[in-house]
Write a protein that binds this ligand. Structure first.
Ligand code: CTP
Length: 400
């Protein structure tokens, strides 16, 4: 995973390794993170606020007040951060963190932290080995901070040994690993179906529909990005998920899709049925290509099994989410489907509204839950709609 849109607050203290923060900031930006920086006066001897401001594309805070005497709100900064990284962490600031001393903007942000704090100590060999350093590091670990151990190598003093700040690449790895292990859907199993189905008439012809599968594939990707173990049952579509962790089961007919979904349902926590499953299929499939003869030709159709309705009947603790695609009476029909198919909530979208429905890259949805609460969303890209749907599911799980 990347650190896309993650809020990173970098706190820099006064060690020679502070010069490496220029590279560290670049790496965070490359990962898609939004970076803000606070630094101590001492650290400005080693790297300039200007350099860091240009690289982070944000103002750098060096004091409780700026040059116009405006107060820099350290509480708001700490609250903004999804993670606080203190690099390099000097022996002096380490001791302040361990004892709660608050005498500069970095220590104030540290004490105000709401989310995870990572520290990358950097000091000379003997300082790093001193029992008070060891004790202070253990204290920070007890506080729940993640200590990124100092690395071995040549030190500013000329000595060789442990004490160098971890390389920026390694710091990034620690932060990425943390977010990966703490995704909101880690451990959850999700089933998504997507795309159209093809109902064979003969070996060369079928009855299908115009579904592209884009919406369902985007939903599967979004669940996987947030840590879920996703199985995607995908009808004949040229779309494919980006997330490598997704198990894709390719199917063609409504019957195949039914079998694949039923066999998975019992083991999942969440099921989203976005596929445009054919409602009818030919009663008989011809073994050979049907030749044209008469001026009129009809095919006898029979109903397919309703996958969602069947899952609704088997449902135990799963969160069951359906789709309603309509040309008219959207909300009314959607509400009826929630009850009929025993859903937790349904995503209603119009087949005829501009920018919505089949084939296009955008969608405009409403979500209706089983208590008849209605939530309307703006027209958005299908990726952003997928985010809204997954966020809604996460909040729904939290509140139920
Ligand atoms: N669905 C399904 N199996 C079917 C038909 C539909 O699982 N054989 C699911 C769709 O994936 C969707 C929901 O049911 O999540 C609603 O599909 P839709 O075609 O809008 O509704 P239908 O129940 O088929 O009702 P109608 O065609 O009368 O609107």
């Amino acid at each position: 995973m990347s650190l896309k849109n993650k809020h990173i607050l970098l706190g820099i203290t006064g060690g020679i390794a502070a010069y490496k923060c220029a590279h560290l900031v670049r790496l965070f930006i490359k990962e898609g993170a939004i970076v803000k920086i606070v630094m101590t006066k001492a650290s400005e001897e080693f790297v300039t606020a200007k350099t860091l401001s240009v690289l982070s594309k944000n103002e750098v805070v060096t004091d409780f007040f700026d040059s116009n005497n405006n107060w820099n709100n350290h509480v708001a900064l700490a609250e903004w951060a999804d993670a606080i990284i203190i690099a390099p962490l000097t022996a002096n600031t380490l001791a302040k963190f361990a004892t709660g001393i608050c005498d500069n903007i970095v220590t104030a942000c540290y004490l105000s932290a709401r989310n995870k704090v990572f520290v990358a100590p950097a000091m000379d060999l003997d300082m790093y080995q001193h029992p008070s350093t060891t004790k202070n590091i253990e204290t920070l670990q007890k506080f729940g901070n993640i200590v990124i151990p100092a690395e071995s190598g040549e030190l500013a003093s000329g000595l060789n040994g442990e004490g160098r700040m971890a390389e920026p690449e390694h710091i990034i790895q620690y932060v990425k690993q943390y977010f990966e292990n703490n995704l909101p859907l880690t451990g959850k199993k999700v089933l998504v179906n997507a795309g159209p189905t093809y109902e064979a008439i003969d070996p060369v012809r079928f009855i299908g529909n115009r579904s592209s599968g884009k919406m369902g594939v985007a939903i599967a990707d979004e669940f996987a990005k947030l840590g879920a173990d996703v199985t995607l049952v995908l009808g004949p579509s040229n779309q494919y998920p980006q997330e490598k962790s997704i198990t894709v089961i390719k199917v063609e007919s409504a019957d195949d899709m039914y079998n694949a979904c039923i066999s998975k349902f019992e083991t999942v926590d969440i099921a989203v049925l976005s596929a445009a499953v054919a409602d009818y299929k030919p009663k008989n499939i011809s073994d050979s290509k049907i030749k044209k003869k008469e001026s009129e030709f009809s095919i006898e159709l029979i109903k397919t099994k309703d996958i969602l309705e069947t899952l609704g009947k088997h449902k135990k603790n799963q969160l069951l989410i359906g789709f309603a695609l309509e040309t008219n009476n959207l909300i009314e029909y959607a509400k009826d489907k929630i009850a009929r198919k025993n859903l937790d909530f349904i995503i209603a979208n119009s087949a005829i509204e501009k920018g919505s429905g089949f084939g296009v890259d955008t969608n405009k949805i409403s979500i209706i839950d089983k208590h008849n609460n209605l939530y309307n969303f703006e027209l958005k890209s299908k990726q952003d709609v997928a985010k809204d749907i997954v966020d809604f599911a996460i909040n729904y799980l939290k509140n139920s």
